[in-house]
Ligand binder design. Structure first.
Ligand code: PMV
Length: 327
């Protein structure tokens, strides 16, 4: 009998960055990281277990070969002897929103597939599973502010997300300024490997990461915004520096990215607190306190027309159920 289950998850943005793997196959990170889950944007995924055939549809279209292969390999992790499965995934934010959608996609898929297969998994086990689809996805099972522990074990069972504070702990805004929404020139796995192998400052970045995580965590728990943006920028600059040091260099920033960073710096000189971060792309995410969101967004829009104003979001959910824990 086919069983269908549907789950949804929000994307997240790292405030203390993950850039480097200690195990590529298992997606084990070389450092801990800490993120904020976003609201409004979400991926909703249905999995039919025991379907007529294996198939994947993403945003209304049949998935391309590479994407479908990645989804089927992931379903094999749920059950190596699985029956055919049909996956239908829709995101309410355009791929062109300038946000990596893999975090919400694999978190929703992990939850829906586990439920559809009739399995029970703890939130930690779901996070370990999601991590193997896309590292950052392990953080999207939780809402609010989320730590992804590096872990020590070779099998990765201790490398999963842990909640730091729920969504309503601190109503920050994240302004996503879209410089270019096209595909990235270097994928994150290739980029991380190249950085680890060739960048002289990689070790420095890895060593500093634990301090950044501790700083971001302490700032969140104390609701200390200045401390938060200082630690987020420190982690981001460390990541960008070590990417630039790779051979050949990995440079995702564009002139407009740096113009946006300049806007943030100049706002700060006038007393408006804002902090910036970037990921494996040219888009700039700006952290602000709620009262400053409108004025900062207007200034960012002088550089790029598309700026999304997002809040802090909740955990991944199975439809018809209060939370993922009971999966
Ligand atoms: O998990 P991936 O492959 O999407 O890599 C995420 C890497 C960064 O977004 C740059 C940083 C992070 O911690 O999310």
């Amino acid at each position: 009998m086919p069983t269908t289950q549907t789950a949804s998850a929000h994307p997240n943005i790292a405030l203390a960055k993950y850039w480097g793997k200690r195990d590529v196959g298992l997606n084990l990170p070389a450092m801990s990281s800490l993120s904020v889950t976003l609201d409004d944007f979400r991926t909703r995924t249905s999995v039919t277990w025991d379907a007529e055939r294996d198939e994947v549809a993403i945003d209304g279209n049949r998935a391309g070969d590479a994407a479908a292969k990645r989804v089927f390999a992931f379903l094999d992790l749920v059950d190596p002897k699985r029956p055919p499965c049909a996956v239908v995934s829709e995101s309410n934010f355009p791929a062109s929103a300038g946000l990596a959608s893999s975090s919400s996609a694999f978190a929703a898929l992990a939850l829906a597939a586990t439920r559809a297969s009739g399995r029970k998994r703890s939130l930690e086990e779901l996070s370990v599973l999601a991590r193997q689809g896309s590292g950052s996805a392990c953080r999207s099972l939780h809402g609010g502010f989320v730590l992804w522990r590096r872990g020590e074990k070779d099998d990765g069972t201790d490398s999963h997300a842990l909640p730091v504070a729920p969504a309503d702990w601190w109503p920050l805004r994240v302004l996503v300024a879209v410089v270019d929404a096209g595909p990235k020139p270097v994928g994150s796995t290739d980029g991380m490997l190249r950085t680890a192998q060739t960048s002289p400052s990689y070790g420095v970045f890895v060593r500093d990461s634990e301090t950044c995580v501790q700083e971001v965590r302490a700032a969140i728990l104390a609701r200390d915004f200045e401390r938060l943006i200082a630690a987020t920028e420190r982690s981001t600059k460390g990541m960008i520096t070590t990417m630039l040091g790779a051979r050949p260099e990995i440079r995702y920033q564009r002139p407009a990215s740096m113009d946006l960073v300049e806007v943030v710096a100049s706002l700060r000189r006038t007393g408006i607190l804002a902090g910036w971060t970037m990921d494996a792309g040219p888009n700039v995410k700006v952290l602000v306190q709620p009262g400053d969101a409108a004025v900062v967004a207007a200034r960012l829009r002088e550089i790029v027309p598309r700026v999304h104003d997002l809040g802090v979001g909740g955990p991944a959910l199975v439809e018809g159920q209060a939370g993922p824990e009971a999966s």
